[in-house]
Design a protein. Structure first.
Length: 310
């Protein structure tokens, strides 16, 4: 019987792994006894194909609009049997994943566990079967998603961030993960948007102008509005309306930081009909006014994605 510790003791070199830099840019990181929380980002080619294992147990949540559509197989355990990687997933320590999907800018919130109930659950029982491991790559748990969203909100607070709050959320996530492992997850089935449909939605949003209605996006995808809502949520873990607002705010952040256009023009270019509604939405998403964000962005140099973190 192969145990998790046996898997952990295997060599980390994976023959044939694509020559890609898997070192992320760390945007924020907060550590405490038992692990840490970090917000990370990669800039990858348009298409990625990789084999990778992780030494640590971690829960990851991909963040819209910086999320990718990808699939994976477990080459050491179930070669040739691919599954979908959702926006909320567990990286099980020592398990090699062969992933394929769209690249670009990828941003992820991670909780990494070096002690506690979640790690104990991994170390004290045999390695889950391939079906259970695939289930962990697409978790449909609203409690875990809410906790991760709260952690994202907290780690993004630049002035009054609470390490205690992040440590408490880390502990709660560890407990919920333990329960998840106890339930022995199986793969989740159900329809989701195809890669080409997701790409059409993003291309429409990137084209600018007033935000598209659900009916327009459904026509682009060739499905009904009802199916669009269900399949979009299955793919991204969020609603279409929330995703569209995230996309518009990220567009605005880039323009505020990189361009000198007036803020009202940034509002219109991001699809808002009035600067006041833009300012309210921007503050709700970032905790700052557009002017405050621009001032801070101009004062703090952007991290160099080619340099390794300390």
């Amino acid at each position: 019987m192969v145990t998790n510790l046996d898997m952990l003791n295997r060599t980390r070199h994976i023959p044939g792994e694509a020559r890609m830099d898997f070192t992320p840019t760390i945007i924020e990181k907060v550590a405490f006894p038992g692990g840490h929380v970090e917000l990370v980002e990669w800039l990858w080619p348009d298409v990625i194909d990789f084999r990778r294992s992780e030494a640590d147990l971690m829960l990851e949540m991909s963040l819209p609009p910086y999320a990718t559509d990808s699939s994976a197989e477990l080459p050491d355990l179930a070669p040739g049997s691919r599954c979908f990687i959702g926006t909320l997933f567990v990286r099980f320590p020592g398990v090699v994943i062969h992933g394929r999907g769209e690249g670009g800018r990828i941003r992820v919130l991670r909780m990494i566990f070096s002690a506690g109930p979640a790690l104990a659950a991994v170390e004290e029982r045999p390695l889950p079967d391939p079906g259970q491991l695939k289930g962990l790559l697409d978790i449909r748990s609203e409690p875990l998603r809410r906790m991760m969203s709260l952690a994202l909100r907290e780690i993004n607070r630049s002035e009054d961030r609470s390490v205690e709050a992040l440590a408490a959320l880390h502990a709660l996530v560890g407990i919920e993960l333990r329960r998840l492992f106890d339930r022995q997850l199986a793969p989740v089935t159900g329809g989701r948007l195809a890669a080409w449909q997701y790409r059409r939605i993003r291309e429409r949003l990137a084209a600018g102008g007033p935000p598209p209605k659900a009916a327009e996006l459904a026509r682009l995808c060739g499905i009904s509005v009802r199916h669009l809502g269900r399949q979009f949520h299955a793919l991204t873990g969020t609603t279409l309306a929330v995703y569209v607002e995230h996309f518009r705010i990220e567009q605005a952040r880039t323009m505020l930081a990189d361009l000198d256009m007036p803020i009202k023009n940034v509002a219109f270019a991001s699809g808002f009909t009035h600067p006041n509604s833009f300012a309210r939405a921007f503050r709700r998403a970032t905790g700052l006014s557009p002017q405050e964000f621009r001032q801070r962005a101009r004062l703090v140099p952007a991290p160099d994605p080619t340099s390794a973190p300390d």
